[in-house]
Write a protein of this length. Structure first.
Length: 352
């Protein structure tokens, strides 16, 4: 009986012990559930937050920015492409290096010409004979002035387009610049092709006279007589004029080709190629303006006796002998006439 009691008591004690241990374990483990609940809660909250932050049309806009073509009722090249990423790079190149180096080149050329004129003055005629030689036909002069005037208009309107925001708006105000830009832009566009036609006709007309001759190197070595004594030999065009001619030729091709791409965006062009051609157009335009400034100076106040040729068609024999000795000899025949004798094709009318 006693033995039975003890085994019952032992069983009860074991049950109590197990209950206490399990209770202790459960009560110790219970706080851990907080971690699980907390982690799970965070994950859920993050999921909710994500759901709130993500634009439900994000995929759509990602496709738009990636250049994926959509639908547009407007017909034309690439009209279904809403945003083209390359535009940002193009803007940075146009407003950065192209504008900066282009403006620096033009200012440097102007300063250099001003310094040359102040220090050395104009290239004077050593003698004026009063006898003249025909240098330019009427057609050549009309072509030259047509190209020159249209180039100057294109240069002024083109510079207004590229530097208007930084230079003209502070001077004219936004309204003033807007009014001017509305004139400058169509003038630039409509004049471009008539100018290009005139330019290439003029260049074609003079191409034969611009082939390289051995004496051109002599001219270049002495910089047209600026280094050393005397005047180096030169044909109808001296080597400096030939360099100018070929720069205008190559620059003219680059400007015309790129300009056509910009004028007719629906021809074959997508925005990426327009950005490329725009950079070519702006760079070649700014370069040609800088080069033309040198030509305008040397063709007017920089050289005595040169401008009257392009105005009247006639140059003084003294000018021809000084600046274009080979051509002068050609015009006069193999032997130069004695002093006071007129050259063949020369007139005794005074130069205008
Ligand atoms: C007010 C502006 C200009 C003036 C005063 C001027 C003046 C002259 C003069 C005097 C000549 C004859 C040079 C000589 O007898 O050897 C000439 C030639 C020439 N001009 Fe002009 N010019 C002007 C603008 C331009 C422009 C804008 C261009 C072209 C974009 C141009 C292209 C030429 C060419 C290709 C020649 C042939 C000789 C050379 O290559 O220098 N001119 N210019």
């Amino acid at each position: 009986m006693r033995e039975q009691k003890t085994s019952k008591q032992r069983g009860r004690r074991r049950a109590v012990l197990v209950t206490v241990v399990v209770s202790l374990m459960v009560s110790m483990a219970l706080p851990l559930t907080g971690y699980f609940a907390h982690d799970a809660g965070l994950a859920l909250a993050a999921e909710d937050a994500d759901k709130e932050a993500v634009n439900p049309r994000a995929e759509y806009w990602r496709a738009v920015r990636g250049g994926t073509e959509g639908y547009s009722a407007v017909s034309g090249q690439e009209t279904g492409v809403l945003i083209q990423n390359g535009g940002q790079n193009w803007r940075a190149v146009r407003n950065g290096p192209v504008s900066f180096y282009g403006a620096s080149l033009i200012i440097a050329v102007l300063l250099l010409l001003a310094a040359k004129h102040i220090v050395k003055g104009k290239d004077k005629l050593e003698s004026r004979t009063g006898r003249t030689i025909t240098r330019w036909s009427t057609f050549e002069r009309v072509m030259h002035w047509y190209v020159a005037i249209s180039f100057i208009i294109l240069a002024i309107t083109g510079l207004s387009l590229i530097f208007g925001k930084n230079v003209l708006i502070p001077l004219m105000g936004k309204e003033g610049f807007a009014a001017w830009a509305q004139i400058a832009k169509p003038v630039h566009d409509y004049l471009a092709l008539p100018f290009a036609a005139g330019l290439f006709l003029m260049l074609l007309m003079w191409i034969g006279k611009n082939s390289v001759k051995s004496y051109d190197f002599e001219w270049l070595k002495s910089l047209g007589g600026a280094i050393g004594d005397g005047h180096p030999p030169a044909g109808f065009f001296n080597a400096g004029e030939k360099v100018f001619y070929w720069m205008i030729f190559l620059g003219g091709v680059a400007m015309t080709l790129s300009g056509v791409y910009l004028l007719f965006p629906n021809l074959e062009t997508v925005r990426e190629s327009m950005q490329f051609w725009h950079i070519i157009h702006a760079s070649s335009g700014l370069f040609l303006i800088a080069v033309a400034l040198g030509h305008i100076y040397l063709g007017s106040v920089g050289t005595e006796g040169v401008l009257e040729g392009m105005v009247s068609g006639e140059v003084d024999e003294g000018f021809a002998r000084q600046h274009h000795s080979v051509w002068y000899e050609e015009v006069k025949g193999s032997a130069a006439p004695a002093e006071g004798e007129a050259a063949p094709g020369a007139s005794s009318a005074p130069a205008t």
